[in-house]
Design a protein around this ligand. Structure first.
Ligand SMILES: [Zn+2]
Length: 212
């Protein structure tokens, strides 16, 4: 059975840092982090509330269907300017884009509307992985695993961009994967050591507003 970690080429995992929102906020406030990119699903609103309410903080947000790296135009240029120290791939456990993508399995279902075709295309690798791991079963647990799989695939594709890889390899860039829990507003972060998403102990000190 394939695991989440198998999404990555082994060496890439060394660039993934488990970091809490509090820690990243602190780094921004103290200037240790000079710029943060957040790539996330268009369903999320008020993403900047993840960070302190300071309009001067350098947060760059890309939002699109599911939160795809390939749909984040200008990302490479921004990284090349070397003003970014952190990139966060931010998913959420109730993601309807991913749920729709998992469910529209047959061509008949997705043929009508272009947006469904696009969702199906973006979710296809995750849908395939879930089928391989769980067959035709679908429940809340499998849905959560699908969100984790999707976020990690995006993180892997981010690290495969040469400029991102080079910046990470030179120690200029750290990458993180977070998944918001829509019910509790907690944020789980991916830890390559345990190969799981978990909520870091200081997460509750900086819960974002409920509108996220
Ligand atoms: Zn979503």
């Amino acid at each position: 059975m394939k695991t989440l970690a198998s999404i990555f080429d082994g060496p890439l995992t060394r660039f993934i840092e488990p970091v809490s929102r509090c820690e990243l906020n602190q780094r921004l406030k103290t200037g240790k982090a000079t710029g943060v990119v957040v790539i996330c699903c268009s369903e999320l609103s008020n993403v900047n509330s993840l960070f302190p309410d300071d309009p001067n903080l350098p947060i760059f947000t890309w939002q699109n269907l599911g939160g795809c790296v390939s749909d984040s135009n200008g990302l490479e240029e921004l990284i090349a300017e070397k003003q970014i120290t952190d990139v966060v791939i931010l998913g959420h456990y109730g993601c309807e884009i991913i749920e729709v993508g998992l469910r529209c399995d047959s061509k008949e279902e997705v043929s009508e509307k272009k947006i469904y075709q696009e969702v199906a295309r973006r979710i296809a690798p995750t849908r395939g992985a879930m089928k391989e791991r769980f067959g035709d079963r679908f429940d809340k647990h499998i849905f959560q695993k699908a969100v984790e799989d999707f976020v990690l695939r995006e993180l892997a594709s981010l690290l495969k961009i040469p400029s991102v890889y080079n910046a990470a390899n030179e120690g200029q860039l750290r990458v993180h994967a977070w998944i918001n829990r829509d019910d509790t507003m907690e944020s789980a972060t991916y830890d390559p050591k345990t190969r799981t998403f978990w909520v870091l102990p200081d997460d509750d000190k900086c819960l974002p507003s409920r509108s996220l």
